[in-house]
Design a binder for this molecule. Structure first.
Ligand code: HEM
Length: 356
């Protein structure tokens, strides 16, 4: 008994030491630099109210259904990881073929999230004209989703432009790792985007809110139960998903499913992470200490999450004269009949003035 106690206390102390040493190491990490073309005050004169308009509207949306916050946070992640944060995930399929939205990882994005972004765009453009990009609206909405669910508030560098094309199905699948991926796979996949182990663990903390479908995790239950999963947790998941292809959902963070906090990491320490990509962060030696440090220190998690989100939010952005400011988030301007008509009328007026 005494030896068990000694072992347990040694384990706890060594976990905390690991967390402490990691904490010292990341202090030198510094703050995320801002990329050329983006700015903290981008809409200061062209649309000074953009952020307050979005926040006010989202407060109303979340009051009715806080679940929408998770949908909007995930939308920003799926936008940024595929071809950069250029709003390409918002584009509907076109004559040229299926869009990013048709790729398997995007099929579980919430339809409401797209509608909310379009509603916000309409409000913002009504107030300021067509000056704010859809990709910036997505980035601001993700920040507000975090904050209004109880997480940190932070400034978002702005000035993204919207892309003219969406990515192929192959590119979409290749850039969004599946939930069955282990930590080594996620680490190497995200390192291609200059995101390190701290970023991987911090960004995965986005799973502190929201839901997942059975198909995203039943490979851990059937035919054999994943040995890294807590038995009671697994039995409860089996009740939600009696068969691998059940179309039900469950929460990502059993301790506080709608609150943006550090409980996701406490779940992982208790073998209650939903996806392999979550739980393996506590199995893998390279990420385990980071998980522990976030589980014991929420302030540290919030600080690192903001840094990593700021990095993610600037991946391959279009700025300056690149891309465009879409008049409707789901359609590029050259395919937008309203804009086409507007341009034709303008050209007609110009032509007429030549005869005067
Ligand atoms: C690191 C690799 C990641 C993987 C493998 C992954 C995978 C997934 C999967 C499979 C789902 C559930 C889909 C479903 O079954 O409905 C999900 C949901 C979610 N993910 Fe991730 N994700 C990752 C990273 C992130 C990041 C970086 C964020 C944001 C910072 C994020 C935020 C979310 C949110 C908020 C939900 C819940 C969405 C909702 O309730 O509608 N994920 N993720």
């Amino acid at each position: 008994m005494a030896s068990l106690k000694t072992f347990t206390s040694c384990f706890v102390i060594s976990s905390l030491l690991l967390a402490c040493s990691w904490f010292v190491a990341i202090e030198a990490h510094g703050s995320a630099p801002i990329v050329k073309g983006l700015s903290w005050t981008f809409y200061e004169s062209s649309c000074p109210k953009v952020e307050s308009i979005i926040r006010k509207e989202l407060k109303k949306v979340f009051k009715k259904d806080i679940g929408q916050a998770a949908g909007l946070l995930r939308l920003h992640f799926h936008d940024c990881f595929v071809q950069g944060c250029d709003g390409s995930v918002l584009l509907d399929r076109s004559a040229s073929g299926p869009s990013e939205q048709d790729a398997p990882p995007n099929l579980t994005l919430r339809a409401e999230a797209f509608k909310i972004i379009e509603q916000l765009r309409s409000l913002v453009h009504k107030a300021c004209g067509r000056v704010v990009s859809c990709s910036d609206i997505v980035a601001i909405s993700a920040r507000d989703s975090v904050f209004l669910s109880g997480g940190p508030d932070y400034d978002v560098p702005l000035g993204r432009r919207d892309g003219l094309n969406f990515a192929t199905q192959d590119a979409t699948n290749a850039n969004l790792p599946p939930p069955s991926a282990n930590a080594d796979t996620i680490l190497s996949s995200l390192s291609t985007k200059n995101l390190d182990a701290t970023d991987v663990v911090a960004l995965s903390g986005g799973h502190t809110i929201g839901i997942g479908h059975c198909s995203s995790f039943t490979d851990r239950l059937y035919p054999t139960q994943d040995s890294t999963m807590d038995k009671t947790f697994a039995n409860n998941l089996k009740k939600t998903c009696p068969k691998a292809d059940t179309n039900a959902t469950t929460v990502l963070d059993i301790r506080s499913p709608n609150k943006f906090d550090n409980k996701y990491y406490v779940d992982l320490m208790n073998r209650q992470g939903l996806f392999t990509s979550d739980q393996d962060l506590y199995v893998n030696k390279r990420t385990r200490g980071i998980v522990t440090s976030f589980a014991v220190n929420e302030t540290l998690f919030f600080e690192k999450f903001v840094l990593s989100m700021t990095k993610m939010g600037q991946l391959s952005v279009l700025t300056g004269n690149q891309g465009e400011i879409r008049a409707k988030c789901s359609v590029r301007n050259s395919d937008n009949t309203y804009i086409k008509l507007e341009t034709e009328v303008e050209e007609g007026i110009e032509a007429l003035s030549l005869f005067k």
